[in-house]
Design a binder for this molecule. Structure first.
Ligand code: NAD
Length: 256
């Protein structure tokens, strides 16, 4: 018996088996959910191959969150497999590593900032609203953030995008709460994923994390984030929304 028995979940942002989205999809299946996964563009072919590594087969949908046409068609694409969604996972982010990350903060132009915001912040609302007709009372939306309450080395405009995402989480919770839909974020510590490897200097705070987190930290512990996502998707947090759950070994709570 799993905590997601009988539930159907769409996980957006699965590329390879180190993707947090993959860990969430795997944990959701292990807890009894029927899972659909999505990705975009060229990465889609990799996703189709990697889907075979999940415990059970999962349909792979195409959705570029910056493509209004694909967003408009997403609910129908889901309907080919399921008539409703109990859960949506947003595990998507992008900023140009050449211009918007890695210490170039003071010189980044609007186009690159706009891309970071579009893919990493606005898409949380856009993706949620794309599948809104499939969500109902009891459904749960979960996204992923990296603590945006402080500035980090190299994280630059992604940090600003995550601050926006954390605010977006609260506004989605405000507007969907009256319809019984919960919206929450998991704030994960540094995990050695494709997106993280693209951030110049990201490895620098992995050691800081391992030293300071009271529970210690494993930067390949993708499952820790995946399991927290599943907990928030489940019925075990019925009165929690607009929340940010830290899955960071306790790092955020330590002063030094
Ligand atoms: P990842 O690279 O495996 O996942 C990012 C996903 O975003 C990829 O599947 C990519 O294809 C997708 N994506 C990018 N642009 C897109 C677009 N236009 N349309 C649709 N999909 C698009 O890396 P990850 O670390 O698993 O990232 C997942 C989430 O977790 C992100 O929001 C990331 O910021 C967040 N996060 C990561 C860490 C970390 O240390 N890795 C920590 C905290 C939060």
């Amino acid at each position: 018996m799993g905590i997601l028995d009988g539930k159907t979940v769409l996980v957006a942002g699965v590329t390879i088996d180190s993707s947090i989205g993959f860990a969430a999809a795997k944990a959701a299946q292990e807890q009894g959910a029927t899972v659909l996964i999505s990705n975009f563009g060229r990465a889609l072919n990799i996703t189709r191959r990697i889907a075979g590594r999940l415990p059970s087969p999962a349909p792979v949908l195409e959705c570029d969150v910056t493509d209004a046409g694909q967003l408009a068609g997403l609910a129908d694409a889901v309907r080919e497999h399921a008539d409703h969604l109990d859960g949506l996972v947003h595990a998507i982010a992008f900023a140009n590593p050449e211009t918007a990350l890695g210490g170039k903060f003071l010189n980044t132009g609007w186009e690159d900032v706009a891309t970071a915001m579009h893919v990493s912040t606005y898409s949380y609302q856009a993706l949620t609203m794309a599948v809104r007709p499939l969500l109902s009372r009891g459904s749960s939306v979960v996204g992923l953030t990296f603590d945006a309450s402080v500035a980090w080395p190299g994280y630059d405009w992604m940090g600003v995008a995550k601050a926006g995402l954390e605010s977006c989480n609260r506004y989605l919770a405000r507007d969907l709460g009256p319809h019984g839909v919960r919206v929450n974020l998991v704030s994960a510590g540094p995990l050695n994923t494709m997106a993280a490897k693209a951030i110049p200097g990201f490895e620098k705070f992995e050691q800081v994390w391992a030293d300071r987190a009271p529970l210690g930290w494993d930067n390949t512990g993708y499952d820790t984030a995946g399991k927290a996502v599943v907990a928030l998707l489940s019925d075990l947090f019925p009165a929690t929304t607009g929340e940010i759950v830290h899955v960071d070994g306790g790092f955020h709570a330590m002063g030094a």
